[in-house]
Structure formats: C-alpha cells, structure tokens
Design a protein around this ligand. Structure first.
Ligand code: GLP
Length: 241
C-alpha cells in the first residue's frame, strides 16, 4: 500500500480533489466509487470549490456509492443519496442518469443488490474507488464478522457504526436504521484503483491494523492488502506508527 501523510484533513482533501479532477480530465467517462460519512465532507467541499463553471466537465462521469440505509430513499433527507445530492452531485453537475445508487426502499432488497452488481458491471466496472474507514475497520457497511460477503448485500449494523452515523439523524442513534445495503468486499476489490482516506486519532488503530495486521474478516479493510493499487491518505492524527 502506498501511504501518504498530510498535515490535516483539509490539505488531504485538497490534494485528493485535484487528483480526482485530473483523472476526470484524462478520462471524461470515469466510473467513480464514492463514500459518505464525515471524512469525505471536506473532499466534496474541495471538489465543489475546484470545479468552477469552466472547469472539469463531470457530465460523462458515472458514480456508484458504496451503501445506503434500508428503508431510506432519495426523498429522505437522512439518506446517503440525499447527502450526495447536497454535498456533490448537484454542485458539480453529475448527470442524474449517471448516478448509481442502492435504493434502500426497494421492495425486494436482494433483487436490488443483484441489480446494483449488474449496473456496475454494465458500466465497465469501477475505475477509482474512494473509501473511508470505520473505527472498527469496516468499509462501506462490511462490518467485522467471522465471514464477509463478496457481493452487494443486506448488512446489519453494529451499535458503534450506528452511533458513528447518528449525526445524519440529528444525533439520535435510535433513528439510525439497523440495516443497510452495501457493496461487498469483492465488489470493492474489483475496482481498478482504490484510495482510502482516514482522518482523526479515532481512526489510527484501524489504519495501523489495516496496513500491518493480518488479513482478517474481523478487520474488513485489511483485505485491501490484496489489491495491487491502493493509496492510503491520512492526516497526522490517523497516521500509522
Ligand atoms: C459509515 C459509512 C462508511 C464510512 C464510515 C466512516 O458507516 N458507511 O462508508 O467510511 O462510516 O464514517 P466517518 O467518515 O463519518 O468516520
């Protein structure tokens, strides 16, 4: 893994935004995998700032987000879909028909997961997957467990992960759904290139174990050691020893 250290989340985000925009300039039909959470908020702000009206053209970019809460859809303000509209899609001009998203309100969640895998394949696969990491080493909603799912699936969220997501729900953990739909580990590992971003001291132990520890389902991010093109961007607080 290629580890890159930055003084803070803002410097990290500015650099990553420049990298993403350069990738789109080189390949206008780039297929991006995208995360939610607090970590990428400064990245999305930097992308909004660095995409002036005559700047990078996002109209051919296609996106696939990692995950969505079961029971929530585009019209729910707490959904990851609404978060992405607010933080990125509308401001930079992603074509709504190019947005790939799991529908947490789908009547048949298993069928929805299968549809998502097919949509990613039909787009030619993900070129660049941007990831955050949970303090317990989860990516997307692939939580530590004795076994992991390879493909997009329905996932049960651990209490700590629900607490980490409570900010979207006015700080009320009881309102955070206890299930989500998430890309699986193989879905993520099939991306051609992966960049994981981590900021803050709360992520340091997970980042260290992801890089140095054994590959284990109890720390799902450790599976990224198997991928040939992973960059880990950290601020000093999240930096591995
Ligand atoms: C959530 C998301 C993950 C994200 C993680 C970290 O559970 N499903 O994709 O990486 O939490 O979130 P944060 O960046 O807020 O710490």
């Amino acid at each position: 893994m290629n580890i890159q250290r930055f003084t803070d989340g803002r410097a990290l985000s500015q650099d990553l935004a420049r990298r993403i925009l350069a990738a789109i300039d080189r390949q206008p039909g780039l297929v991006l995998g995208l995360p939610t959470g607090r970590t990428p908020l400064p990245l999305y702000a930097a992308l909004r700032e660095q995409t002036p009206p005559a700047g990078t053209d996002w109209s051919a970019v296609r996106t696939f987000n990692l995950d969505e809460f079961v029971g929530l859809g585009a019209s729910d303000q707490e959904s990851y879909r609404a978060y992405m509209e607010r933080e990125l899609f509308a401001a930079v001009g992603v074509d709504p028909t190019h947005v790939g998203f799991l529908d947490g309100r789908a009547a048949d969640p298993d069928a929805e997961c299968g549809r998502y895998e097919e949509a990613i394949a039909a787009a030619g696969g993900i070129d660049l997957m941007i990831l955050g990491i949970g303090a317990n080493g989860h990516i997307g909603f692939n939580e530590p467990a004795p076994g992991l799912h390879a493909r997009t699936h329905r996932a049960r969220l651990q209490p700590g992960t629900r607490a980490a997501n409570a900010a979207l729900f006015g700080g009320d953990i009881s309102r955070v759904p206890d299930e989500a739909l998430s890309m699986g580990m193989a879905t993520i590992l099939r991306a051609r290139s992966v960049i994981l971003m981590a900021t803050g001291a709360g992520k340091a132990a997970a980042v260290d174990a992801m890089i140095r520890g054994p590959i284990t389902t109890m720390l799902p991010a450790s599976f990224l050691q198997l991928h040939p093109d992973v960059t880990v961007m950290v601020d000093l607080a999240a930096s591995p020893r």
